[in-house]
Design a protein around this ligand. Structure first.
Ligand code: ATP
Ligand code: MG
Length: 781
């Protein structure tokens, strides 16, 4: 037997060496599902199956890459190169490029990201003169997205009066018109949005039987990870492609289905048996990831869900420490607790930053955690916020590059036609759009043939438009010989982008320059990497494809050592030695928006299960009794999920912060205009409305009594915890301070009392500013 197969247990080995026919592995977290898929591919190749015939679909491109590396380690790099692996989106984008002309698209079509879609939808709403408070572009976008994922085309929409009625009931009777305009405009711009990548693939496979056959024959073996989170559109693609040979292997865990809100359909996994003949079903029960305490705690949680497949998950790993539960007074305290725990753990156990992950329900929660980590100088990285490629300056560069490949790209054109400013105003652009719509041409075509159109503009503007066209065309020429790095360097210089960001000299300008530099570095890496791994040249087209489908996780090269911060949704499939799940409070987690029905609540519970099962050695669950939400300090109660865990696996940590800090002096309460004004006697720190731990020997801790100072005589005080917030350390004239926006400056004057203390600061780049210390985030340097 091949040596690597000995790294599997018996239950894992069986599905690994079962190559033919439809099969499904349903198993709990950490039981080796992804590992089986990886080894199975290696095994297939060692049995002589051409990697060219294997298609493997994963949840992120990062996990595809990791799998590929693993396989390359077993069968060799050159063999593994030919495997088709990646997310649904990236794999089918490739196929769509090959087949684009059948659908009337150019093969160099642009992929619109959500920002592009949002901008286009917003402008359509404006052009149709609809009320933007009723037609909120984000809501409209998600509605359009759900049509597309249910395969409701524009035509199908207008043929179905029920859909129209439903939208009319939701006070948006013109939804269909927006949908139609959006689809038309994308088509004309040679652009597909993310949902199109699936929708158009479905269209391709149903409309063109010869294409279907071609890919059925090509992908004789199909494997899908995280199958529980496939949506209808993805389901149909897999179904169609695997129909001929039925060599399909899907793995998943119904208990980890967490994307229903984006159209994922758990029935895909539950009905798999009905879709294919003679399905072989496998179960894996042994968890290799986590300690006994973590596995058991997670089991006791998921047990509360009624809708589930019965599964056993056990582990032979150590008992480990109990899951720690920590209560804080405020979200600020919670952040400090997490940061200090990481700091202490690192010191005591010689751990790396990357051994820790902090998971939360919503992105907004990262702020207080970040503050605390920064104060302790713990490097961290946030995943899934605004991705690098969506920053303004980066998108500006990318828009020029997109135009080179596809001049029809409307959103790219609108972004840079007058940036850096070249005297082409919005009125001119509006005229171009109207004309383009009228002639059914692209804006770029109208510009190119401006003399043959009826666009009324003066000759000066005409010249400017022609110059722009010439500029882009000169880039197109260069693109035929240069790689993406050389090209982008040339573009940023000749367009004046670099000069534009350089010119203001503000810290933001500098940061933007640095980002562009980082982009160029990334391109250089890309060019070299492509030559090495994929035997290609590192062209602009390849780069844009890579960027368009990069999720934030993909950007992580895994070299830097940092604590990972991300939402639980993003953490699916990952694992970390120590995991903090923060913000375990009612209305936050479970989310207030997901408590209306039992099925919504069950999805939240599955989400919690996913969070807890990311931990290998240690898990911390934290919550705060009050938290800033929507700019207000609100009371919160501990999440029901904490109570639901069998308490024998829990360790209720003494909330040290409650004794150590007087929260009236905590920076967090200070920062808020509302609380700073109210009578401190009313400041709430009442205990949770219901006792948190009803059962057993855990005693409920009463909140400590605090001395409260009244608002008037609140003074900046010195604390000893190394905190540099200005309310903790006296600010004096002559101090050098740092401000996030204005940079470094010198304190010239201090005036006012209590919460109204203001400082006059002379910033190196921003000039003299008067700042209310209550709000200004300053650090003494
Ligand atoms: P999830 O449901 O979270 O996606 P999974 O079922 O895909 O989890 P894997 O990620 O494949 O589980 O495996 C979990 C961990 O256990 C990984 O670190 C993996 O390398 C390890 N592992 C799996 N099987 C074995 C085994 N037989 N021997 C040793 N380690 C194993
Ligand atoms: Mg997995």
């Amino acid at each position: 037997m091949e040596k690597y197969l000995s790294q599997l247990n018996e239950a894992q080995l069986e599905p690994t060496i079962q190559i033919d026919g439809p099969m499904i592995i349903i198993a709990g977290a950490g039981s080796g599902k992804t590992r089986v898929l990886t080894y199975r591919i290696a095994y297939m190749m060692s049995k002589g199956i051409d990697p060219f015939n294997i298609l493997s679909l994963t949840f992120t491109n990062k996990s595809a890459r990791e799998m590929k590396e693993r396989i390359a380690g077993i069968v060799g790099t050159s063999e593994a190169k030919n495997l088709w692996m990646g997310t649904f989106h990236s794999v089918f984008a490739k196929i769509l490029r090959i087949e684009a002309d059948r659908l009337g698209y150019p093969s160099n079509f642009t992929i619109y990201d959500t920002q592009d879609s949002d901008r286009l939808i917003a402008s359509i709403i404006k052009e149709l003169q609809l009320d933007k408070d009723i037609y909120k572009y984000k809501q409209v976008r998600s509605r359009i997205s759900s049509y597309k994922n249910s395969l409701i085309t524009v035509r199908a929409y207008f043929q179905n009066p029920e859909l129209k009625e439903a939208d009319a009931m939701a006070r948006r009777p013109r939804m269909g018109d927006i949908y139609k305009a959006y689809v038309d405009r994308c088509f004309k711009a040679g652009a597909m949005d993310f949902d199109d990548l699936l929708l158009k693939t479905n269209e391709l496979l149903t409309r063109f039987p010869e294409v279907l056959m071609k890919y059925q024959n090509r992908f004789k073996y199909i494997l899908v990870d995280e199958y529980q989170d496939t949506n209808h559109s993805q389901y149909l693609i897999v179904r169609a492609l695997s129909d001929k040979f039925q060599n399909i292997c899907v793995v998943g865990d119904d208990a980890q289905s967490i994307y229903a809100f984006r159209g994922a359909n758990i029935n895909n996994i539950l009905n798999f048996q009905k879709d294919y003949d003679d399905v072989k079903e496998f179960r894996l029960e042994q968890n290799y990831r986590s300690t006994k305490n973590i596995v058991n705690a997670a089991n006791s949680i998921i047990d509360k869900n009624e809708t589930k497949l019965e599964k056993i998950v056990w582990t032979a790993n150590d008992e480990g420490e109990k899951v720690k539960v920590h209560r804080s007074l405020t979200d600020g305290d919670e952040g400090r607790y997490v940061a200090s725990t990481i700091w202490e753990n690192k010191m005591q156990n010689q751990l790396k930053n990357s051994d820790f992950a902090i998971l939360y329900r919503t992105n907004a929660q990262s702020r207080s955690i970040e503050d605390a980590l920064r104060k302790r100088d713990i490097p961290y990285r946030i995943y899934g916020g605004l991705s690098f490629y969506q920053r303004k300056e980066i998108k500006d560069v990318l828009s020029y590059l997109r135009l080179i490949i596809n001049p029809a790209d409307e959103e790219a054109l609108k972004r840079v036609i007058n940036f850096p400013p070249r005297g082409i105003g919005q009125t001119t652009v509006d005229k171009l759009i109207v004309s383009a719509n009228g002639y059914n041409r692209t804006i770029f075509e109208v510009m190119k043939n401006i003399d043959k159109t009826d666009v009324k503009i003066n000759s000066g503007t005409k010249t400017k438009l022609q110059n722009f066209v010439t500029l882009i065309e000169s880039f197109q020429v260069l693109n035929q010989t240069a790689d993406v790095f050389e090209l982008a360097e040339h573009v940023t210089r000749t367009t004046g982008l670099i000069k534009e960001f350089n010119k203001d000299g503000t810290p933001e300008g500098v940061a933007k320059m640095e980002n562009i530099e980082e982009l160029l570095n990334g391109m250089k890496d890309f060019v070299e990497g492509q030559k090495e791994i994929a035997d290609t040249t590192g062209s602009l087209a390849e780069f844009l494809e890579d960027v368009a489908l990069a999720t934030d996780l993909d950007a992580d090269k895994g070299d830097a050592d940092h604590v990972a911060l991300m939402t639980i949704h993003l953490a699916k499939g990952l694992e970390f030695p120590t995991v903090f799940v923060v913000g375990l409070e009612e209305d936050l987690f479970p989310s207030a928006m997901s408590m209306n029905t039992r099925s919504e609540l069950e999805e939240e519970r599955r989400l919690f299960y996913v969070a807890l099962t990311r931990a290998e050695k240690q898990a911390y669950l934290t919550y705060a009794l009050s938290r800033y939400r929507w700019g207000k300090l609100v009371d919160s109660e501990p999440s029901r999920f904490i109570e639901e865990i069998d308490e024998q696996y829990l360790d209720i940590v003494t909330p040290i912060e409650e004794r150590r800090f007087n929260p009236m002096l905590s920076a967090d309460i200070f920062g808020d205009p509302e609380t700073a004004q109210i009578n401190p006697n009313k400041i709430r720190y009442k205990p949770a409305k219901k006792p948190v731990f009803k059962k057993g020997n855990v005693t409920k801790k009463e909140p400590e009594k605090f001395e409260v100072t009244t608002h008037k005589n609140l003074k900046p005080v010195t604390k000893t915890n190394g905190n540099t917030n200005l309310f903790d350390s006296k600010l004096v004239v002559g101090n050098i301070v740092k401000h996030i926006r204005f940079g470094t400056g010198e304190v010239m004057k201090i005036e006012g009392t209590g919460g109204d203390v203001k400082a006059e600061i002379n910033f190196q780049h921003g000039g003299v500013k008067k700042l209310l210390l209550r709000f200004a985030k300053l650090e003494v340097v």
